[in-house]
Design a protein around this ligand. Structure first.
Ligand code: CA
Ligand code: ZN
Length: 578
């Protein structure tokens, strides 16, 4: 029983009810139920077995009934009905920034809009501007939003697509005629957003393996097949290309279909210079085929160190591999602790002590708590008194760790709003009580580039700022980055010794990898932060590290690879300076 799946169903039920313009109390009951399920301290299965669901605060009779139904039948009729009676296009409209369920319901009931295209047409006809509560500016914003959504149609977050592709890979690996199979393409290169998944499998029975693939339960329909390739659409909408090759061709096909195209082009140029020819089929010297057992060996034959897939973007990796200068990429096991963690003091779902326990259980040695600051009222931001109370709780826990000889420490921090003026959310007297301060922009995203840059640079001048949080504010597939001069931000970070966050939330992955490389060049430290709101999100700092690594990160470039003592010293020294 996957409680995350149940939480997802309840969340979507709330959303669908909202789209239908249902009573807000009813809507909220489902959102609350989703949160409760997600953060339940007790085992859900046990509660069902012992018929104690109704004892959980927030579970009304209707919710209890639906959980029982879900446990017994694997689905919830009420939810299925709602889904089947809602035009599917309405859900896509939700992806437009600034367009929530209420407005979508209004568009549906007044203008009968059910798809993105219909909405686009209504905008073109100026119909939205005249609606109550909309206006010309809102119409313009929605128009821009439609463009954004259209550009990102059919795109997937790295994590979602990875999960699907790895599942397929494992299924294929179990087939007796498949000797090797691997995920390739942009997924293997760990791009934050991908448009499809590529797999390469080696087998002596292409027909059998293709038929097996077509029959997998994840496959909705086959969209093309011929030669050594079969393409399919999965039930979750992800398009998959499966390349079938012979055993000897496998390393070359994997290399070729991993890309990038530019990397491959450079590689074949190099091969030619050395008197070889390399393609998806093999490495050749004249007519003679040169056997290679894996990708490493192909690179070696070409006088190169093996290049990790994350780096294959034609950004100097081939030259670096030729000169034995490839970066020694930071590994997930080297992440010793995490900063930017929320608890139920603000909008996290879990008590602080439990988050700390979860971090310890995950093998981290320290945890940097950073709940929201007072102006983040939408996220339950902390008043000065609450912040002080949290500090006392942290002191107490740290004392206990020390007393019982546990090698774990909690650092006191805050995710302070960077106000439109560029001020941080608390006075220096409050900030100086903390071990570290993350500054983030969560409001007034629409400033022009100059004003936004000034705002952020001003915050970075604040001597108490330790880390700049999610520097561009983007939400992948949902909201573009705000306008900001990143080069200037990085220069300021280098000047003031501000650490830049790589926010490992799958929707953020912000700072983008292309800029991480620049940050590194400028000598700016990166903190790989999970921005965790629940225990399971603590893992994001490790699971999404490969995306950050695209910026050539080594252990020394990542702040939270340091030991507890090193981190404590760094933070203390930084406070000394302020
Ligand atoms: Ca691809
Ligand atoms: Zn934030």
């Amino acid at each position: 029983m996957d409680r995350h799946e149940l939480a997802r169903i309840f969340n979507e039920t709330g959303l669908l009810l909202e789209l239908k313009g249902e009573n807000p109390f009813k809507v909220r009951a489902y959102y609350n139920a989703a949160r409760t399920v997600e953060n339940l301290g007790e085992d859900l299965e046990k509660l069902v077995r012992e018929e104690r669901l109704h004892e959980v605060p927030g579970f009304g009779a209707a919710i209890v009934k639906k959980i029982h139904e879900w446990v017994q039948t694997g689905k919830i009729e009420f939810y299925e009905n709602l889904k089947n009676t809602t035009p599917p296009g309405l859900l896509e409209l939700l992806r437009i920034p600034g367009l929530g369920p209420k407005r979508i319901n209004q568009l549906f009931t007044t203008l009968n809009i059910t798809t993105l295209e219909e909405l686009e047409e209504a905008c073109a006809k100026d119909q939205l501007a005249a609606l109550p509560g909309f206006g010309v500016r809102t119409q313009e914003k929605i128009c821009a939003g439609i463009k954004f959504v259209k550009e990102h149609r059919g795109r997937f977050l790295w994590m979602e697509a990875s999960a699907s592709a790895l599942e397929l890979r494992d299924e294929l690996a179990r087939h007796p005629a498949v000797s090797r199979v691997e995920v390739a393409g942009s997924l293997r290169r760990c791009l934050p957003v991908v448009k499809d998944a590529d797999l390469v499998a080696a087998t002596g029975d292409p027909r059998g393996v293709m038929a097996f693939f077509a029959g997998l339960p994840q496959v909705e329909r086959v969209t093309g097949s011929g030669g050594n390739k079969i393409t399919a659409l999965l039930r979750n909408g992800l398009a998959v290309d499966l390349q079938i090759v012979g055993e000897e061709e496998f390393p070359f096909a994997l290399l070729y279909f991993t890309g990038s195209k530019e990397h491959n082009l450079d590689l074949s140029r190099r091969a030619e210079e050395l008197g070889y020819k390399v393609s998806e089929y093999g490495l050749f010297r004249g007519e003679e085929r040169v056997f290679c057992k894996d990708e490493e060996e192909v690179y070696r034959r070409l006088g190169l160190l093996g290049i990790p897939p994350e780096l294959r973007e034609n950004r100097g990796e081939i030259e670096a591999a030729a000169g034995q200068q490839l970066p020694d990429l930071v590994g997930a096991g080297e992440i010793r602790g995490v900063f930017h963690v929320h608890s139920n003091y603000s909008d996290g779902g879990t008590p602080l002590a439990q988050m700390a326990e979860a971090a310890r259980a995950a093998g981290y040695q320290y945890l940097g708590m950073a709940d929201h600051s007072r102006s983040a009222f939408y996220a339950g931001g902390l008043s000065e008194e609450e912040l002080a109370a949290q500090g006392r709780e942290i002191d107490g826990l740290n004392r206990e760790y020390e007393k019982s000889g546990v090698d774990f420490r909690i650092f006191k921090g805050i995710e302070a709003e960077i106000l439109p003026s560029g001020e941080l959310d608390y006075t220096p007297e409050v900030l100086k009580e903390l071990d570290f301060v993350i500054g983030s922009v969560h409001s007034h995203f629409n400033l022009d580039r100059e004003t936004m840059t000034k705002r952020i640079l001003k915050a970075m001048e604040n001597p108490y700022l330790t880390i700049l949080g999610h520097p561009t504010g983007r939400l992948l597939l949902e909201r573009p980055a705000y306008e900001v001069d990143i080069e200037a931000v990085l220069a300021k970070a280098a000047e003031k010794g501000v650490i830049i966050e790589f926010n490992a939330n799958p929707y953020r992955l912000d700072l983008d990898w292309t800029w991480i490389r620049r940050a590194k060049e400028m000598g700016v430290l990166i903190a790989v932060n999970p921005d965790a709101h629940s225990p399971r999100e603590l893992e994001l700092a490790r699971s999404h590290l490969p995306v950050a690594r695209k910026g050539w990160l080594e252990k020394k470039d990542v702040f939270n690879t340091r030991t507890t003592v090193e981190v404590a010293e760094y933070l203390a020294a930084r406070k000394q300076r302020s």
